[in-house]
Design a protein around this ligand. Structure first.
Ligand SMILES: [Zn+2]
Length: 323
């Protein structure tokens, strides 16, 4: 049997695990709820058990490498987590790579999850269409992550932190972000930020179509239900458009700095689709005047909700020098 690698997307809500062949084809995958209140070792043990179960299911005796995407700051050289904001204790100093390497007898690489997703998009998504691509990836999820590819290579910087596109200021007098800054892109273009704006419109009687679609239940408000209401509810449409315009400003800033071939939008907010891509493209045209932007393409992620997992697989393939 050819080389088999494992990918792990460690999220605050669920842990996704997959095995893939050396071409990056997913062979089998599963997920389990993240018991983030428990000790890191318990969760790492669960990951090992899951990888072993999938391996047994495939009848394969060993895996070559494992890639893991983690939601926060990771010390790349040792595969040690430094700060995972959504986990108790923030997983400071947890030697993730060492634990998994010892238990699974394979090489292990750990990277921030948004950077891993960017790598996935580069290797198995839209990045493949552009040789030597320069690309920015926006992950519009619970937070807003990102990643930067220059001339076909993921650039992560000395701390693995390069590409924090969600923490650029887009509203100078905005609200405080989890990172401590005021008015970051994350405060307006994350799933929770957009949903909160939708709930406000619902409860203030400005969104009758949204009210009908969610049957008056605020917990059903999300970017997808807001999009359904946007044709009828002017206020909902304006909210989604102004969110996309602020994302467009962030993207235009990146375009001015990098002149990329490609801007890719992933994460849950990407569900609002064309409204997002068309608005971002328009704002880039409006705000970048120093050079032509006709060849700067704005796309929704080709990998959808699997971007993080596919990225972890790509990471494992790079670690085992199969990519
Ligand atoms: Zn921030």
């Amino acid at each position: 049997m050819s080389a088999i690698v494992a990918g792990v997307d460690l999220g605050g809500t669920s842990v996704k695990v997959a095995l893939a062949d050396q071409d990056g084809q997913l062979l089998t995958h599963s997920s389990f709820p993240t018991q983030s209140h428990r000790e890191p070792e318990v969760i790492l043990r669960q990951i090992c058990d899951q990888v072993t179960a999938l391996r047994t299911q495939l009848g394969c005796t060993s895996i070559t490498a494992l890639g893991l995407g983690a939601p926060g700051l990771v010390e790349i050289s040792s595969g040690t987590t430094r700060f995972l904001p959504n986990f108790p204790g923030h997983w400071q100093g947890v030697r993730v790579a060492e634990f998994l390497r010892r238990e699974l007898s394979c090489s292990v690489r750990v990277l921030n999850d948004a950077r891993a997703a960017t790598l996935g998009e580069l290797r198995f998504g839209h990045g493949r269409e552009f040789p030597g691509v320069t690309m920015a990836w926006f992950g519009l999820g619970t937070g807003v992550g990102g990643g930067i590819v220059i001339d076909g290579r993921l650039r992560i910087g000395p701390l693995g932190a390069a590409g924090e596109l969600g923490h650029q200021t887009v509203v100078p007098d905005g609200v405080r972000c989890g990172c401590g800054n005021i008015g970051c892109l994350e405060t307006v273009a994350s799933g929770p930020a957009v949903t909160a704006a939708g709930v406000r419109l619902l409860l203030s009687g400005q969104a009758p179509a949204l009210h009908r679609i969610v049957e008056g239940r605020s917990e059903r408000v999300c970017p997808a239900t807001m999009l359904q209401a946007a044709d009828e509810d002017t206020a909902v449409r304006e909210t989604l458009t102004s969110t996309a315009e602020l994302l467009g400003i962030a993207a235009a800033n990146v375009v001015s700095v990098l002149h990329p071939d490609l801007i890719v939008l992933g994460g849950g907010l990407a569900e609002i689709g064309n409204l997002l891509t068309e608005t971002v493209q328009r704002v880039i045209r409006d705000r970048v005047g120093m050079f032509p932007v006709d060849n700067v393409h704005v796309r929704l992620s080709a990998l959808g909700q699997r971007a993080g997992l596919v990225g972890a697989i790509a990471l494992a393939l790079e670690e085992s020098e199969l990519l």
